[in-house]
Design a protein around this ligand. Structure first.
Ligand SMILES: NC(=O)C1=CN([C@@H]2O[C@H](COP(=O)(O)OP(=O)(O)OC[C@H]3O[C@@H](n4cnc5c(N)ncnc54)[C@H](O)[C@@H]3O)[C@@H](O)[C@H]2O)C=CC1
Ligand SMILES: CC(C)CC(=O)C(=O)O
Ligand SMILES: [Mg+2]
Length: 355
């Protein structure tokens, strides 16, 4: 079993180190790790945020464990050299079009959510976000206009792109509570009109799943007012990026939400994928031991489940995280004082007691 480890920038290496300690404690037989450069650190070392050798390393692996990219020192670089292009490039080079971002209320955190405790407790949703298209990948540029320089980006989705992510969303709903909310802006955007019509057509293959549609502005409001109504939220790249950060705050912290980015490629053990916390490189807390590593550790659990076929190990890691949170080992993001290392050690200790 081969894992490519790409820690990246800022808190990326800090939370990835914590996840690797957990992986080490599982003592999986036949596991080989490769480490590569990505993001700002790769630009500094190799002159490109996504060196070809990093892509090759990721391709040769069964799974990629990714930290985060983003470095304020790179802010003035041309777009193709900015660290964020590395994660976009990896998602596209590796054909990872389905981004799964689960958000569930953890026992013991109800009072730490900005929502009322009974609302926070009821959260159990999965954002299924399209990851290879939308305005992040459309043509873009800068041009002159009567109002001065004008930046432009283009948003597009074709039926094939919507169809494949819709199938992923419906399949996910079938394995959960069989409710799917497709989120778009079909009252205004042509992209969303095609999105909605295509999702409705795909729904015919899943008569057991209850489908509804919501405009994204309403969805943002409903997520705060009544988050328990959502099971699977199926949406595009931009809306999914925003709504998943919002869902993380409803649960208690962005430092708790993992993600899996999957495509169609199968490995010997499962589906090839890239696993990363939903947060970024958090330059405001980098190097201070304040990063919550649980999102990275839960991303490792998703890796074990989806790419390595190790459901029992994934469950063990998730139960250990639940215990650590219930025991009140909370970092600064949850109003506590536990450092990244303390939280990682608490997970390791909890693992010892969980079979
Ligand atoms: N997939 C990736 O690599 C992503 C990269 N980014 C990049 O990260 C950089 C920073 O972006 P921001 O908008 O500040 O988003 P961010 O997610 O890095 O941070 C937002 C806020 O959440 C806090 N936070 C994030 N993760 C945390 C953790 N594990 N524990 C405790 N607190 C945490 C940060 O301190 C900050 O206050 C930018 O360069 C951005 O482009 C942003 C999102 C995803
Ligand atoms: C860094 C961006 C390209 C994407 C992002 O914020 C995300 O995937 O969560
Ligand atoms: Mg984001």
């Amino acid at each position: 079993m081969k894992i490519a480890v790409l820690p990246g920038d800022g808190i990326g290496p800090e939370v990835t180190r914590a996840a690797l300690r957990v992986l080490d404690a599982l003592a999986l037989p036949g596991l080989v790790l490769f480490e590569g450069d990505v993001g700002g650190i790769a630009y500094k070392r190799h002159g490109h945020p996504l060196p070809q050798e990093t892509i090759d390393m990721a391709r040769a692996a069964d799974a990629v464990l990714f930290g985060a990219v983003g470095d304020p020192a790179c802010d003035d670089l041309p777009r193709e050299h900015r660290p964020e292009q590395a994660i976009l490039g990896l998602r596209s080079e590796l054909g990872l079009f389905a981004n799964l971002r689960p958000a569930a209320g953890w026992p013991g955190l109800e009072d730490l959510s900005p929502l009322k405790p009974q609302l926070a407790r009821g959260i159990d949703l999965l954002v299924v976000r399209e990851l290879n298209g939308d305005v992040y990948f459309g043509a873009k540029g800068e041009r002159d206009s009567d109002g001065g320089r004008e930046g432009w980006d283009s948003m597009a989705y074709n039926e094939a792109e919507v169809r494949r992510i819709a199938h992923a969303g419906f399949r996910a709903a079938q394995s959960r509570r069989k409710r799917l909310t497709s989120v778009d802006k079909a009252n205004v955007l042509e992209t969303s009109r095609i999105w909605r019509e295509t999702v409705i057509a795909v729904a015919a293959d899943y008569p057991d799943v209850e489908l509804d549609h919501m405009y994204v502005d309403n969805a943002a409001m409903q997520l705060v007012k009544s988050p328990g109504q959502f099971d699977v939220i199926l949406t595009g790249n931009l809306f999914g990026d925003i709504l998943s950060d919002q869902a993380s705050a409803c649960v208690g912290s962005i430092g708790l939400l993992p993600s899996a980015s999957l495509g169609e490629r199968k490995t010997e053990y499962g589906t090839f994928g890239l696993y990363e916390p939903i947060h970024g490189s958090a330059p405001d807390i980098a190097g201070q031991g304040k990063a919550n590593p649980l999102a990275a550790i839960l991303s490792l659990a998703m890796l074990l489940r989806h790419s390595l076929g190790r459901e029992a190990d994934a469950g063990r890691v998730e139960r250990a995280v639940a215990q650590v949170l219930a025991d009140g080992v909370h970092g600064a993001d949850l109003g506590g004082s536990a450092s990244t290392e303390t939280i990682a050690e608490a997970v390791l200790k909890a693992l010892e007691t969980i079979s």
